[in-house]
Design a protein around this ligand. Sequence first.
Ligand code: 3HC
Ligand code: NAI
Length: 694
Amino acid sequence: MAVDYTTHDGVAVITLNNPPVNGLGLSTRAGIVEGIERAQNDPGIEAIVLTGAGKAFSGGADITEFNTPKATQEPTLATVIKIVEGSAKPVVAAIHSVAMGGGLELALGAHYRVAAPGAQIALPEVKLGILPGAGGTQRLPRAIGLEAALNMIVSGTPVMSEKLADSGLFDELAQGDLAEAALAFARKVGAKEGPHPKLRDRRIEHPNAAGFIQFARNSVAAVAKHFPAPHKCIDAVEAGVQNGFDKGLAFERECFIALVQTPESRALRHAFFGERAASKIPDVPSDTPVRDINQVAVIGAGTMGGGIAMNFINAGIPVTLLETRQEALDRGLATIRKNYEASVRKGKLKPEALEQRMALITPTLSYDDLKNADLIVEAVFEELDVKEQVFRRLDEVAKQGAILASNTSTLDVDRIAAFTKRPQDVVGMHFFSPANVMKLLEVVRGRETAKDVLATVMKLAKKIRKTAVVSGVCDGFIGNRMIEQYIRQALFMLEEGALPAQVDRAIEKFGFAMGPFRMSDLAGNDIGWAIRKRRYQEHPDMHYSKIADRLCETGRFGQKTGGGWYDYKAGDRTAYPSKVVDDMIVAFSKEANAGRRKISDEEIVERLVFSLVNEGAKILEEGIASKASDIDMVYLAGYGFPLYRGGPMLYADTVGLYNVERAIRRYAAQPNGDAWQLASGIAALAAQGRGFNG
Ligand code: 3HC
Ligand code: NAI
């Protein structure tokens, strides 16, 4: 039963009991209505308390029901709220832990609200690409005022209940036990004559509502270019201000129905569930015991090691930082300090926290200091023999049960594990640069990595606020293996007729944060060059355009050398199209006898994005990723793929795999078409009329 009903000396208590967050699915909604009716029909009941069991009052509408018949089956949430509001006996919402979305809207439909301190109050629908669809845009402004309400609705950000104590939202902030406070409050109001107050009857007072709404509109226009929902939130609030509650409510409903169908909302919901699904590994049960991680060590205090150490320090976990030379250690520590100082300057970190964080680092040159570490993350040079030295040494000094992780981006984690006598304790933790900023963490599962090691690292990832995705062992893991195909296509298109600025512009218009050439100039073109040189040896049969090598031979490594695919001015990161490079590209095409043609923006986008999709499909077939949404999370959290498109695999579903397959076959028949080996999974799913995401 999703709702419990109990009575306590004249008060009926309706308790939502639908773990994990008391989502307002159909059976919960029906249970509430049943409870309210039962209380009306019981002459011994004078008031009703509505609350939630477990860790939430309610996390809102059940998102899994969206776009299914259950979502619109009566009693809908709007009907439930109408019945609650219409109850002759006063309804008191007893709010604790979480009251979000439809959960808060339900509470707004009650006549009174008693809250515990520490409860997160929010209308986060906008983060799912929708707007509050059960009266939130109408009742919240009537409860806490236009400005505060609009801020909450448009941002979706939770506000703590104690911060809202004087806002008009709560009738009481319970100091002691919430259940007792709510019962006492209910008895008090139950003894009063009705009718009891309804938020719908309150007026929205504001000296210049139209001016404020315009201000909100301007702010949203600047930040929510690709998302329709924030705009609709404002429209709905405005409709209530201008035309009154009922018309506002009807308009809100209309907007909700339209928004829930949009690709943007689908993408945001996909990302919400994808992030949670990523932490679940098919053959690692959720109750797998985890190892305690109270002390971490990081080997190498370079670009990555310093950033990796900061993640743990920020979560309050002490870190021993090991280097080979004192100068390298000093340099690494100075960089970490500089990063924290920058945060203090920006007001993101309290000055006193800086020293507290630095005090959590123990620098060392001795492996003896690693013997207490529960987790050791290696971030030394990307050379197998250096990794070998380090892991052999770690095997000697690390305590029994310590997890040994490598941050390698290209080397074989199984080979690294084989340098130890405990391959079950070895795992890849592939952070992205800058490691203290980037959300993505690829957790690389070796052939012998123990399940409890994986479970521990996934849990730890949550603690250090990373989006962790498990990848099997392969060259480049999920993210870099796919991006290689994308870069290959970008380079072929230069050879065939495009220029860097056109390619970047087209894909940035599609929504990528940065096109491949601006990105490469930022990261350093020499990095890709080094990888390609290795590829020429390892895969002599694989066909690459040599155009990027030609660029690198001229020393144009990107921003750091003042020029790459673009020209740069000192102290200015703006990419200026380069005549020298563009001429070089045209000359290269001639030499290669490639014949230049006009390449449309549509072709650029398709070739770049579908190359990701095709490789992603192969990664799925090989079991390197266990689900399509994991691939999307890698691309959303680590590669600047536009959130409103939900990741490459969801985007492919949106386009339709039938169309993706046709496009790939078309490109495979063009010059440089040998780069396209259609993934069999695409053809198979397309034939069944299915997508990667069901
Ligand atoms: N519907 C369905 N499932 C939900 C859910 C919801 N509204 N909210 C959370 N869940 C599920 C999660 O998917 C997860 O499932 P899993 O265990 O199978 O992976 C589980 O509940 C626990 O979620 P979290 O891991 O996120 O737990 P936390 O304790 O970290 O956070 C929370 C709890 C703050 C409630 C967070 O889950 C959250 O922000 N949820 C979304 C809240 C939201 O957006 N509500 C609005 C819904 S739309 C709406 O109400 C429309 C209305 O206006 C008509
Ligand atoms: P880096 O050159 O900036 O730092 C490496 C550090 O390791 C240096 O400070 C060096 O003194 C130290 N070191 C070398 N040998 C050592 C040893 N035997 N014992 C202890 N310290 C030693 O390199 P970076 O960029 O930090 O890369 C480190 C690792 O992270 C590599 O495996 C790399 O592939 C990986 N990586 C790098 C990314 C990047 O964008 N730079 C992204 C993701 C992974």
